[in-house]
Design a binder for this molecule. Structure first.
Ligand SMILES: [Mg+2]
Length: 230
């Protein structure tokens, strides 16, 4: 139930908003590690890559892990590993608070998703989390249009505005990364909410006031209060 007859369209980001991106990274390194062991008889790749990630490495982890294992620079091999990583069926789960929010069956005007990231990887995540079955529609993977349409491009948000016939003030975007997530919806007059999850990878300060969210939460349990639900 929402107050004053205002029927909110809740649009969510995916990574570190609905599930922990860290879990996807662990799942991906395991998949690549298993592949390297079976296909190439390279043991320990998954563990070495994960240790690098845990130590704070974020760039060229596959190259560095191969070096540490003693396999020389091999661009073709790294490309194949990236393909396995992005194409693997991830072991990830919705965070409990979003599950609780969804079972409440608030009278929403809509529930949708806007996510950046490589198309195949994002689609595998959407499938693993069964977001279609949970009622997210539409699910917009911006990469289907190309990298130039990743946030903060307006295209995904304008598409949603066309899908739902309600005032822009009824749209809410819940996401984690202030460097890119809130600029476009702010400019379009949406309400923006930053979710800062313990363990999130990208919770950063907004670079300008235009990038800043209107509200902060640490879990979806707080969203009904922020939006004034009864
Ligand atoms: Mg995110």
């Amino acid at each position: 139930m929402s107050d004053a007859g205002q029927s909110f369209v809740i649009v969510c980001d995916l990574d570190d908003t609905l599930y922990l991106e860290r879990d996807y990274v662990v799942s991906g390194f395991r998949a690549v590690g298993d592949w390297a062991e079976k296909q190439l008889s390279i043991p320990e790749f998954g563990n070495v890559a994960l240790a690098l990630f845990e130590a704070g490495h974020r760039e060229r982890i596959f190259n560095t892990a191969l070096q540490e294992i003693g396999v020389g620079e091999d661009r073709g091999l790294v490309e194949r590993m990236v393909g396995v990583y992005r194409g693997h069926r991830p072991t990830i789960a919705l965070q409990d608070d979003i599950s609780r929010f969804l079972v409440e069956e608030y009278s929403l005007g809509g529930l949708a998703l806007v996510t950046d990231g490589f198309r195949e990887a994002q689609q595998k995540k959407v499938a693993a989390l069964r977001l279609n079955e949970l009622g997210f529609s539409p699910i917009v993977v911006t990469d289907i249009w190309g990298r130039e349409f990743w946030k903060p491009h307006h295209r995904a948000f304008l598409l949603l505005a066309e899908c739902f016939h309600c005032p822009t003030s009824n749209f809410v975007y819940v996401a984690d990364n202030a460097t890119k997530d809130f600029l476009a919806p702010n400019q379009l007059g949406w309400t923006t909410v930053q979710i800062a999850r313990p363990g999130g990878l990208h919770t950063k300060q907004p670079p300008t006031a235009d990038h800043a969210p209107a509200a902060f939460i640490s879990s979806f349990d707080q969203l009904p209060d922020v939006l004034g639900f009864e």
